[in-house]
Design a protein around this ligand. Structure first.
Ligand SMILES: CC(C)(COP(=O)(O)OP(=O)(O)OC[C@H]1O[C@@H](n2cnc3c(N)ncnc32)[C@H](O)[C@@H]1OP(=O)(O)O)[C@@H](O)C(=O)NCCC(=O)NCCS
Length: 233
């Protein structure tokens, strides 16, 4: 009996170590997203942002969010050039979507409004009712880059993949003449906040959301980092 328990504990231990060992001996490659990645990228984001997405899309969440994601990439293929994909042995284990702003921007993209048309009625009404808040938090300065989505597969977290993606994001932003990179992270995402601090970001603003704001009833920090050549790791 004791032997069975020891065996089980050992198997559990080695199962937990497996992703770590796999990554330790292999290179993480970073490349740009292609059309063939759309479904895998969606599945990765869905798993990472499940709580936000289920709230917006209600019970149809997986298929609906897949359609919206696929639509937004297919209708604007340029967007995929701003999505970094981390792979190990050609398997996607992480993604990072970026935007770059040449001028001051508050405006919503056509994608944003197109997405809303797919929403269930209640989510659509909430989104339209809180459009002023979206506009407020969406303000970008000239020369600002933003991390719009960052997700690492749950089995590959804590192994440096997120840091690699953010470092590539810095490089890309600098190539596009940006002098600052920023993102929004909800108050309760303590792990991600700590992670961004480790990657050189600091909180510069706090947005308190209205209770009925679609993407959460708490608020978010804007975190940012200056992109001077000597600050890129
Ligand atoms: C946040 C996330 C992208 C981090 O990616 P990751 O690959 O696990 O992070 P890394 O392994 O590169 O970690 C880099 C550093 O941050 C630290 N870190 C990472 N996650 C952390 C956590 N949850 N709590 C505290 N520190 C953390 C690591 O210890 C490491 O520190 P070190 O440089 O001193 O060794 C990943 O956890 C994730 O996908 N989370 C779900 C989606 C999400 O919340 N995205 C952010 C939305 S704003």
């Amino acid at each position: 009996m004791i032997r069975v328990k020891v065996n089980f504990a050992f198997q559990l231990f080695t199962a937990c170590l497996k992703p770590y060992q796999q990554l330790q001996n292999k290179n993480v490659d970073v490349r740009f997203m292609t059309k063939d990645d759309i479904n895998k990228v969606h599945a990765l984001c869905y798993e990472a942002f499940y709580e936000q997405w289920i709230f917006a899309y209600e019970n149809k969440s997986f298929e609906l969010s897949r359609v919206i994601t696929a639509d937004s990439y297919k209708s604007n293929e340029e967007k995929m050039k701003n999505v970094l994909i981390a792979t190990v042995d050609n398997e996607i284990i992480g993604m990072c979507e970026l935007s770059f702003y040449k001028r001051k921007s508050k405006t919503f993209t056509i994608d944003f409004f197109k997405s809303i048309t797919h929403f269930p009625l209640k989510s659509m009404i909430i989104t339209l009712a809180t459009i002023g808040m979206y506009n407020h938090i969406a303000t970008k300065e000239p020369g600002e880059a933003t991390v719009d989505f960052l997700a690492v597969n749950k089995y590959s977290r804590g192994l440096g993949v997120g840091k690699i993606l953010l470092s590539k994001a810095d490089e890309l932003a600098m190539q596009k003449s940006c002098n600052k990179i920023s993102l929004l992270v909800v108050f309760s995402n303590y792990g991600a906040r700590r992670f961004y601090e480790k990657c050189g970001y600091s909180s510069t603003k706090a947005f308190i959301f209205k209770k009925w704001f679609l993407w959460g009833n708490e608020g978010a920090f804007k975190m940012e980092k200056n992109l001077l050549p000597n600050t890129v790791h």
